[in-house]
Design a binder for this molecule. Structure first.
Ligand SMILES: Nc1nc2c(ncn2[C@@H]2O[C@H](COP(=O)(O)OP(=O)(O)OP(=O)(O)O)[C@@H](O)[C@H]2O)c(=O)[nH]1
Length: 832
């Protein structure tokens, strides 16, 4: 029988493909070819057994050749949409008039009509015969193409006919099922093939290699209806996906696809997904994804399940969700970052719950970009960093706040002070620094214990805070010292100063209120305060603190419970003093000090001794007199090394003079400060200096001041006696200026009294001074002490003193203090 040739005209390529595919597999042996859709153009060429014309849904007309009386095909099958049934009727009428065969079928959107369409086509072809046409060579060619296509398919395929026999198959099915071609060439039925495979063990023990969906079907010898899709495994571990499509004639088409790779990759993916999920669940971190607009599309992880607010991020961007620590500029910076497709790390966001609870999260993310470079979104991890933030806050609290009072500590104060200084240029206002130190706080500690002291410090801190504005800083500087930094004091300097002083008074009165402490004990305290004001350009923070501290010390020095304003003049003096002290220290070390000697003469005018007087040969200031530095040396303690140096130098000079006949009988007086004399090792120092130099102790006279002997008199006397026993003499300096008591004067192992130059100066013009001088001379006589009058400058003074019995004199009348060489010159024997 000749092959029926079908021309298939169809604007819907998918519809045509499906119908022609089924037709090819139907085993009818027809040759169906899709011919170009002529729409309203020329009729298809003649020679077709039938023409199938499928109309597009929107078509409102039939082509002339289909709806008219002439030129139509011998057999025409229309596939029309329900709304086109009128067109089909017209074609039927035209075909009837022309004596041609025609039929139509309504098309459904689901495609269910296709099997019936093919049945109708079969029926149309069965109708009274149309003359057969010879198979043209191009049709054979088409057939060959089809065979080649089947052979080159990656899927295995076979088709059974209505009798259940396999009548079409390709090579791939032989490979996939490992079947010999001879078996299929025999056209076995599906049941026979299934038996062969069962016997070979292809399905495994108890059909275990067939998935459940098809196990009964295969076990039943493939007799019933096959599941549309199922999977089976081969003995060598491959996975085949089996799809079955029933054909209208009772046969079926079955395809086999090797999906092993897909299954493996899919399983791997699932394992990876499971691994990821379980890591997510174990980790406290959570995973998130955002779309290209930055909206959260996925949030996974334990925390994400637990925290409702995290879930609530879904569909929102970060900036929509908001964060308490992010301002508009922060969000803009973040958006810019995302716009540049940059990854971001540890973006810290603070959240305050409706209940006021604070929590922190940190997000890290990176862009997700498609293969074509389109931004798909971001993905990353997030974690709760509230614990770390709390720890950081605690560290900061410990680093910047005082543990006892909770006030900012010195470090934070310095920081705020620096900021305050930096802000002054902008604000053009004044700021003030108030240094507060409690008076006699140590007593409370000593008497009531440290704990009670601590309580007071805490209460003081509270009161101070209550006295200032929230913007001011109250810091604990250390111990019982507090500092208040007040910013933005408006107005001219005078008003600012008055404002700060008012605050200081307010603080003083707040601290003067009784402090109720433990056990009903009420403590009263006062404080000393130093205040400094500053404006642009301000000194350094350190300098300002020093100023306030300095002013506070002045308040202490003024008797406490006082406020002092920093005075730069006083500080300048202090600085000069400090500078002098440093220089003196260096001067002493560098040998800049030297001794001058002022002669002491007897009534005959003969030099019998000399007073050693220290001078400082300063490299830039020149020769500095002791009045300028001895008091400072006393206050700073430098007097100790200085005094020792004087002693040792004088002893060495004595030793030198001992070798010079004109000088050897001289007695040298050395001034000894109270502090120096009170040293327990003083006597030993003197003896050591004598020993080291080889000077005679009898040639050394130590000059002491009255005040030195007022306290610890017994101890002093003992020390004097120890030295006196070795021959060292003692003179009481500036006699008459202090409160000399005759009772102890009598007991002191003295050799000499010195009449202060103050009395000598006015001895001729002031009756009182003259009386004092006479009294001293009388007293010395009665105590058997020598007397030296200091500061004798005129012959009249000398005359007065001589007349009243003074035997020794010192003063410009006889010689100024001068280097040892000058004294030697003065005493050198007059050449004969
Ligand atoms: N209870 C307590 N005492 C402290 C603390 N820190 C320092 N102190 C003590 O506070 C005292 C402060 O010394 P000063 O200010 O020189 O003593 P003061 O008795 O107040 O003397 P003036 O300030 O000269 O009136 C010292 O005795 C410290 O031992 C502390 O944290 N708690």
């Amino acid at each position: 029988m000749n092959t029926a040739r079908i021309a298939w005209i169809d604007p819907d390529a998918a519809h045509a493909r499906r119908a022609l595919g089924l037709l090819a597999l139907s085993g009818q042996g027809w040759l169906a070819l899709q011919v170009p859709h002529p729409q309203f153009g020329a009729a298809p060429a003649r020679g077709w057994s039938a023409v199938v014309l499928c109309l597009a849904a929107q078509a409102g007309e039939l082509p002339d050749w289909a709806g008219g009386d002439g030129g139509g095909p011998d057999a025409l099958l229309l596939c029309v949409w329900p709304q086109q049934e009128g067109l089909a009727a017209r074609a039927l009428r035209a075909a009837a008039r022309a004596g041609r065969r025609c039929d139509y079928l309504l098309r459904s959107a689901s495609g269910d009509h296709v099997p019936e369409l093919l049945q109708r086509l079969g029926a149309l072809l069965q109708e009274p015969s149309v003359p057969g046409v010879a198979e043209p060579s191009d049709v054979r060619q088409q057939l060959a193409c089809l065979q080649t296509a089947l052979a080159s398919m990656s899927q295995g395929i076979f088709q059974t006919g209505p009798d259940g026999r396999i009548n079409v198959y390709n090579r791939r099915v032989l490979e996939l099922l490992e079947l010999p071609e001879a078996l299929l060439a025999r056209r076995p039925t599906l049941a026979e093939l299934t038996q062969v495979q069962t016997r070979r063990g292809d399905y495994g023990q108890d059909f275990g290699l067939i998935d459940e969906r098809a196990r009964d079907y295969v076990r039943g010898g493939a007799a019933g209806a096959a599941p549309a899709v199922y999977r089976r495994h081969t003995l060598d571990g491959r996975t085949l996906e089996v799809r079955t499509q029933a054909l209208p004639d009772g046969g079926l088409v079955r395809t086999f696809a090797d999906v092993s790779d897909y299954v493996r990759v899919h399983a791997e993916l699932q394992r990876s997904e499971a691994r990821f999920r379980s890591l997510c669940d174990l980790s406290s971190d959570w995973y998130w994804e955002q779309d290209a607009e930055g909206r959260f599309t996925d949030i996974a992880g334990v925390a994400a399940h637990r925290e409702a607010w995290l879930q609530a991020l879904h569909g929102r961007t970060l900036s929509e969700a908001g964060a308490a620590n992010m301002g508009e500029s922060d969000w803009a910076a973040h958006r810019e970052h995302l716009g540049a497709r940059q990854p971001f790390r540890e973006l810290e966001l603070k959240r305050v719950s409706p209940g006021g609870e604070v929590s922190w999260i940190a997000l890290s993310g990176e862009p997700v970009v498609s293969a074509r470079g389109t931004l798909l979104g971001y993905r990353g991890v997030g974690r709760d960093i509230s614990g770390r933030k709390r720890a950081e806050a605690e560290i900061e609290r410990l680093a910047f706040y005082d543990a006892l009072t909770g006030l900012p500590n010195r470090r934070l104060l310095l920081d705020r002070l620096q900021r305050s200084c930096a802000g002054l240029q902008r604000s053009r206002s004044h700021s003030a620094l108030l240094f507060i130190d409690l008076d006699h706080f140590k007593n409370l500690n000593d008497n009531r214990g440290h704990d009670v002291g601590d309580r007071l410090l805490c209460m003081v801190a509270r009161r101070l805070r209550q006295c200032v504005r929230a913007s001011d800083t109250v810091a604990r500087f250390g111990g019982d010292e507090f500092v208040v930094l007040v910013d933005e004091l408006k107005g001219e300097p005078r008003l600012a100063r008055e404002g700060a002083q008012r605050l200081a008074r307010k603080i003083a009165s707040a601290l003067a209120q009784p402090f109720p402490l433990e056990g009903g004990y009420t403590h009263h305290t006062t404080c000393s305060m130093g205040l400094t004001l500053f404006s642009y350009p301000a000194q350094s923070a350190d300098e300002l603190l020093k100023q306030a501290d300095f002013a506070m010390y002045q308040a202490k020095a003024a008797g406490r419970n006082a406020l002092r304003l920093f005075d730069p003049g006083v500080l300048a003096q202090m600085r000069a003093r400090t500078e002098l002290e440093t220089e003196l220290r260096h001067g002493l070390a560098r040998g800049e000090l030297l001794l001058h000697y002022q002669p002491v003469v007897n009534a005959a005018g003969t030099i019998t001794g000399a007073e050693a007087l220290v001078r400082w040969q300063h490299p830039t200031r020149g020769l500095v007199a002791p009045g300028e530095f001895i008091a400072l040396a006393e206050q700073t303690g430098l007097i100790l090394p200085l005094g020792r140096w004087v002693l040792e130098t004088a002893c060495m000079q004595l030793a030198t003079w001992a070798a010079q006949p004109a000088m050897q009988s001289l007695v040298v007086s050395v001034n000894v400060s109270a502090r120096q004399f009170r040293q327990s090792e003083f006597a030993n120092q003197v003896l050591a200096a004598l020993r080291a130099s080889g000077a005679r102790p009898q040639a050394l006279r130590l000059e002491l001041t009255e005040s030195l002997l007022l306290t610890d008199t017994e101890e002093m006397i003992a020390k004097m006696e120890q030295l006196r026993a070795q021959g060292v003499g003692f003179s009481l300096d500036d006699f008459g200026t202090g409160y000399s008591s005759l009772s102890y004067l009598k007991r002191l192992p003295l050799d000499q009294l010195k009449i202060d130059r103050g009395f000598v100066r006015d001895v001729l013009i002031d009756g009182n001074d003259a009386a004092i001088v006479r009294t001293i001379l009388g007293l010395a006589r009665s105590l058997d002490l020598q007397v030296v009058a200091e500061g004798v400058e005129t012959a009249s003074q000398l005359d007065f003193l001589r007349r009243h019995g003074c035997q020794a004199f010192q003063g410009y009348l006889f010689g100024r203090p001068a280097p040892a060489a000058m004294l030697e010159l003065a005493m050198a024997p007059v050449p004969a």
